[in-house]
Design a protein around this ligand. Structure first.
Ligand SMILES: Nc1ncnc2c1ncn2[C@@H]1O[C@H](COP(=O)(O)OP(=O)(O)OP(=O)(O)O)[C@@H](O)[C@H]1O
Length: 208
């Protein structure tokens, strides 16, 4: 469940943002839409606790983000949230598979191998697992970001333009996967997108 109340934020030098309230029951999906610069990524960073709100509140399940210390917030994010950023960072010295294994919150060798292979296969990057991340194309990097965000079966999935670099076939694959993973974990799924192909695949839209 995600619930926000009268969220406001401003960068130190910049405009003030007031966001509409969100009330998303457990397991539901939401697309966040709006023109460039309106504050979509900013909202996602507030919801994931990466930026502190100026006023208002954010509840994820029974937890109010503003009540957590920095350390507890980081732990909460690591356990509960999967975040797909526009630009993810990987460890260049490691392979695709090693990057995925390193992201696991509770390592368990047998289960991990299965989970990594399953996600990679559903994202069409199975054959890339032994390759260095520096050898990936932009679309392959985007799919690795998605696998990294989902690896721990988060209760909330945040995705910022997850299909921007993908062709039609992979766009469809990614949205199907995000919906399946959210449904398997009864997780909330919030997606920021400009992608016309994605808009038609969800019914719940919030315009900023
Ligand atoms: N770190 C920052 N410091 C100051 N201003 C910022 C910062 N990050 C973003 N902004 C400004 O805040 C506004 C909203 O940015 P944001 O990235 O949230 O918009 P957006 O709706 O996601 O845009 P886009 O669709 O182009 O990605 C923009 O005017 C941007 O320049």
């Amino acid at each position: 469940m995600i619930k926000t109340n009268k969220l406001q934020f401003s960068y130190t030098e910049g405009s003030n943002f007031s966001f509409p309230d969100i009330s998303l029951p457990q397991g539901e999906h939401l697309l966040i839409l709006g023109s460039s610069g309106v504050g979509k990524t900013t909202l996602l960073h507030l919801l994931s606790g990466l930026l502190p709100v100026n006023s208002g509140s954010i509840n994820i399940g029974d937890t109010q983000l503003q009540s957590l210390s920095r350390k507890k917030l980081d732990a909460f994010r690591g356990r509960q949230m999967g975040i797909i950023f526009q630009n993810d960072y990987f460890i260049n010295a490691l392979s695709v598979g090693e990057n995925l294994a390193l992201r696991l919150y509770f390592p368990d060798k047998k289960k991990d191998t299965r989970r990594i292979k399953d996600l990679a296969s559903r994202l069409g990057i199975l054959e890339l697992l032994p390759k260095k991340v520096t050898a990936l194309s932009e679309g392959q990097r985007q799919r690795l970001s998605i696998a990294l965000a989902l690896i721990n079966k988060p209760k909330v999935i945040f995705a910022d333009e997850p299909t921007a670099s993908l062709d039609d076939e992979n766009c469809e694959k990614v949205i199907v996967l995000l919906k399946e993973e959210a449904s398997n974990s009864n997780a909330n799924l919030l997606i920021i997108t400009h992608d016309q192909r994605v808009k038609t695949m969800f019914k719940n839209h919030l315009y900023l």
